[in-house]
Write a protein that binds this ligand. Structure first.
Ligand code: ASP
Length: 345
């Protein structure tokens, strides 16, 4: 492909955007990238050079694995100097996990990495895939007059909204507005023009070199509280010897029932070096363990505040930090700190 001033690499992992219906079962199955390209002839009209790398085979994002995040990191790292930006086509089901993971694994990223996909396949009449793909490419290619990228960070673009990737959550399984970013404002909106909100976008810092991280440890679990939770089950779960950390989904501002056995189980797990992160079950807002007696007891048991992180961000951050081999105390400290724009200070 001939090189223009701006070049974009598309990484096609799969997802509904490129799926077609299996005539026998009626279920949607992943299909190859050429099929997708055939439905977006507009790509040829772009004034930027576009290349593509595709997962073979493309996958439904429910099959996404941390090893594949590493693979995406390798692709971006080895093509970093060749391209101005990257667009990742991804299923919506786990897009927020991948976007969050990449925000940690691509340390000091200074180029756009825009994830997008669709709710309807690209071949469907009312598809949202075409619009999402075309605008994601435009955003990835956007530069300031001095040639620096407008959005040098990992984002999700969906349904006219550009969001910081590690602030997103899939909020709707059917609506075109599949993603929300409750604790962080939009980075841009796409109407007749793309309007960027520079105050919300990570600042471009010249001279920073990408540090690609590939290691992770996924011996962790998301554990959600509910009224009536049982002692034996919790003790077994927290006592598992392989367990390294827990994303502990609590009530409201980070509260839990006042049960001595629960606090004892959490204190014991913490003493064993397991890292327990408090994340609210609410769709928005932050954890404040000092606010109520029901939260304070967790703080005293060694539970760490994940503040206003999403579950996806806290989970992938913990996997990433455990993979770095840092001491437990340092990981505990970093889990409450903002390291990639995932926590509001
Ligand atoms: N199951 C699909 C996936 O995540 C859903 C989608 O792409 O919207 O790959």
């Amino acid at each position: 492909m001939s090189r223009n001033t701006t070049s974009i690499l598309i990484i096609y992992t799969g997802g509904t955007i490129g799926m077609i219906k299996n005539p026998d079962t009626g279920a949607l199955e992943s299909f190859n990238f050429d099929h997708l390209l055939n439905h977006v002839p507009e790509l040829k009209e772009f004034k930027v050079a576009i290349d593509a790398i595709t997962f073979n085979p493309p996958i439904d994002s429910s099959d996404m694995e941390p090893a594949m995040w590493s693979r995406i990191v390798t692709i971006i790292d080895s093509n970093y100097d060749k391209y101005d930006g990257f667009v990742i086509l991804h299923g919506t089901d786990t897009m927020s996990f991948t976007a969050s993971a990449l925000s940690f694994m691509l340390e000091d990223l200074m180029k756009p990495v825009i994830l997008t996909g669709s709710q309807l396949p690209i071949g469907a009449l009312r598809t949202d895939g075409k619009e999402n793909l075309i605008t994601a490419i435009e955003i990835a290619a956007s530069k300031h007059p001095d040639g620096t990228p407008v959005v040098p960070e990992v984002c999700v673009f969906f349904n006219d909204k550009l969001m910081r990737g590690n602030r997103t959550t899939k909020i709707n399984s059917e609506s075109f507005g599949a993603f929300g970013s409750n604790n962080y404002p939009l980075l841009a909106t796409a109407g007749t023009d793309i309007q960027f909100f520079p105050n919300n976008i990570k600042r471009y810092l010249p001279g920073l070199k990408l540090k690609a991280h590939h290691e992770y440890n996924s011996n962790i679990i998301i554990f959600s509280l509910f009224p009536g939770i049982q002692k034996e089950v919790v003790e077994k779960l927290l006592g598992a010897s392989e367990l390294k950390g827990v994303i502990f989904r609590t009530f409201g501002a980070g509260n839990a029932p006042q049960k001595k056995w629960l606090i004892d189980a959490l204190s014991k797990a913490t003493a064993e070096g397991k890292i327990i992160i408090n994340i609210t079950q609410c769709a928005g807002g932050s954890v404040h363990m000092e606010r109520y007696e029901t939260g304070l007891q967790l703080l005293q048991a060694g539970v760490i505040s994940g503040k206003d992180s999403t579950v996806e961000a806290a989970l992938t951050k913990l996997m990433y930090l455990l993979g770095t081999g840092l001491p437990v105390e340092e990981i505990r400290r970093l889990m409450s700190q903002d390291i990639a724009g995932e926590i509001t200070l």
